[in-house]
Design a protein around this ligand. Structure first.
Ligand SMILES: [Fe+2]
Length: 351
């Protein structure tokens, strides 16, 4: 009893198909084969569901009447990237052989040299097992990375919620800032990976407010000097909380810098110009615009127009001009909206 193999033989000559199978039997196989000779019957045979390896391999005649070998390869590869395809054909030139290999055939055997076929088939069946295993391993790795990424995001959101629970005005602020900061980052051409860094830093930027007594965060009146000093500490506390986490982006530093201004008028360190990370400049614009367009304990929302005017007034002096321009474009031309439809409220902060 030879090695069982299920073959789809795409071949218009019944005789040739029989010769092929005979050669395989001689070479130690027990083939179970179906012969098809039109595109429709081939695709129907490939589309049978329920078992993703209904066929172990495909033997494909390159010259079928009304149905080219390349078309057939394209159709096969669209359905199954891994199944071995061996071209079994009358004389084809080297050039065509190369083209078929490029189009996804694994090997080719000429009909006048069929003795090569069993060996070629055996090798390709082995290779296909490796390909499938590799692909499955890649898929599993990809899925577990996706899950890990989700867990990562959820953990960051839970951390962010720590501060927001204490202060209804802050609820959702970081998430909305993250939405806007990411949109700005995309608009000014950040890579997808860099945008992720911005998102994470934005989600967590105010985590240092955990250090500020809740009464100060929600205080409706003016703050005294001491209270103001405490408020100004929060970016550094954010940094201290985030610095031990080995993020692939400078998340802690971005959070540390989110109240810095290009002209040195920000806090806590009074950094200027290039000392401030570009990501922190994007975050600063998003933070200010979200804050100004939201209710706060000591005033009602000023609205998006006033917020955009404010950043425009200081574009290039306090705020990065490109980020300001992108932000205005998002609201005025691209219909940007916060995902919660702007039920925005925001805690005591220093916009
Ligand atoms: Fe802040």
């Amino acid at each position: 009893m030879g090695e069982a193999v299920r073959l789809l033989v795409v071949e218009d000559s019944e005789n040739d198909a029989e010769l092929i199978l005979r050669e395989l039997r001689r070479g130690g196989f027990s083939p179970v084969a179906r012969r098809v000779d039109t595109r429709m019957t081939m695709e129907a045979a490939l589309d049978v569901r329920g078992d993703d390896a209904l066929w172990d391999a495909i033997l494909l005649d390159y010259n079928l009447p009304g149905f080219g070998g390349l078309q057939a390869l394209e159709s096969i590869r669209a359905r199954d990237p891994d199944i071995p395809v061996i071209i079994v054909s009358g004389t084809i030139g080297e050039e065509i052989a190369v083209v078929t290999m490029r189009a996804g055939a694994q090997d080719y055997v000429l009909k006048h040299n069929l003795t090569r076929l069993p060996q070629a088939l055996r090798r390709e069946l082995g290779e296909a097992i490796h390909r499938r295993e590799r692909r499955r391993a890649e898929r599993e790795l990809h899925e577990s990375l996706l899950r890990l990424g989700e867990t990562f995001t959820q953990t960051a959101q839970s951390l962010a919620a720590l501060t927001e629970f204490r202060d209804a005005y802050t609820a959702g602020h970081q998430r909305r800032v993250a939405e806007l900061a990411c949109a700005i980052a995309v608009e000014i051409g950040y890579s997808e990976n860099r945008v992720e860094g911005v998102r994470l830093a934005a989600v967590l930027h105010d985590i240092g407010k955990i250090h500020i007594p809740a009464e100060i965060l929600v205080k409706p009146g003016k703050l005294n000097d001491l209270e103001w000093q405490l408020i100004k500490e929060h970016p550094r506390v954010s940094f201290d909380i985030l610095a031990p986490i080995d993020y692939p982006w400078p998340v802690a530093e971005i959070a540390y810098q989110h109240h810095e201004r290009l002209d040195g008028s920000g806090y806590p360190r009074g950094l200027t110009g290039d000392e401030i990370l570009p990501e922190a400049q994007v975050l600063a614009v998003a933070d200010v615009v979200e804050a100004m367009s939201s209710d706060r304990p000591y005033r009602a929302a000023l609205g998006i127009d006033i917020a955009l005017q404010e950043i425009a007034k200081h574009a290039g002096t306090k705020y990065d001009a490109a980020a300001v321009k992108a932000c205005a474009l998002l609201f005025r031309k691209k219909g940007f909206e916060f995902s919660d439809g702007r039920a925005a409220r925001q805690g005591r902060d220093a916009a």
